[in-house]
Design a binder for this molecule. Sequence first.
Ligand SMILES: Nc1ncnc2c1ncn2[C@@H]1O[C@H](COP(=O)(O)OP(=O)(O)OP(=O)(O)O)[C@@H](O)[C@H]1O
Ligand SMILES: [Mg+2]
Length: 303
Amino acid sequence: MGKTVLQIKNLSKRVGKKTIVQNINFDVYEGEVFGLLGPNGAGKTTIIRSIVSLISRSSGTVLINGMDVSIDFKKTIAEVGAIIENPEFYMYMSGLENLKQFARMSRKDISNETIQEIVDKVKLTNAINQKVKTYSLGMRQRLGLAQALIHKPSILILDEPTNGLDPQGMAEFRDIIREVSSQGTAVLISSHLLGEIQQITDRFAIIEKGQLTHIETMSDVMEDSHGKYVLKVSDVKKAIELLGSKEFIAIELDDNYLEVAINEPQIPEIIRLLIESVDIYSIVAKTGSLEDRFLELTEGGAL
Ligand SMILES: Nc1ncnc2c1ncn2[C@@H]1O[C@H](COP(=O)(O)OP(=O)(O)OP(=O)(O)O)[C@@H](O)[C@H]1O
Ligand SMILES: [Mg+2]
């Protein structure tokens, strides 16, 4: 575990009498990608906006590299790169001119070499002298990333960054995020796309109705399904009965599939057990899915 870059302590946000988020606590470490997951209206954007002080906090503390943002906002926010809404650009300027303009506004000195390095990292090298109005959505998102990364922040904060991107755009975005985090930058990312979060995060928190209900590591979610196989058979009920007679724990998934708790060396044994009475079409190791885990944790809560 790397050092703690972001600490959220007892964060609450009330608007009038309404509590939008309540008593949120979590940390994000150097080099990790931390996901905020939750249904529409759960409070993800509110949490993110109050971290970067786009909205005020009703109570609670936000520390970046151990420094309280409300004590030295400028110094702490200089360690944050963020894409909160769609990033705004000067459409008639090139991507490079936009980045240079942005660099001039930064508190840190940003060299042309650094800008070029970031441009390469976000894979805009060939398009960086084109006007932004000619960019696709995916290219604009990557330029937004460049803008968020240009001052080499300790943490990158992204609210639903892949909204509207096609599968290839999402994959490119994931690759960049992975590279950024592997170089030590902490990443906080919100999404309601479970597949996206599954592929990219190391840990995640679930936000429901303004409260943080769970924090888990993705490796735990994946390991949870070790020792389970899914079988496609001609007669699920009969198969479960036979498996049960030998003390195997099996459950019906639907009319064609069942899940049984076994390890690979036991596969021949269950085949021998079933083959006289039931046709077996496939036996596949169960892979963990964030979607399954999310549904378990939220008792079927919709995203
Ligand atoms: N300024 C405000 N005044 C009143 N209610 C608000 C305000 N800002 C947000 N809310 C409410 O707080 C709740 C949380 O909103 P928020 O945008 O943080 O959710 P979210 O998890 O980001 O949702 P989504 O997945 O749709 O982006 C919503 O019910 C929203 O309507
Ligand atoms: Mg939101």
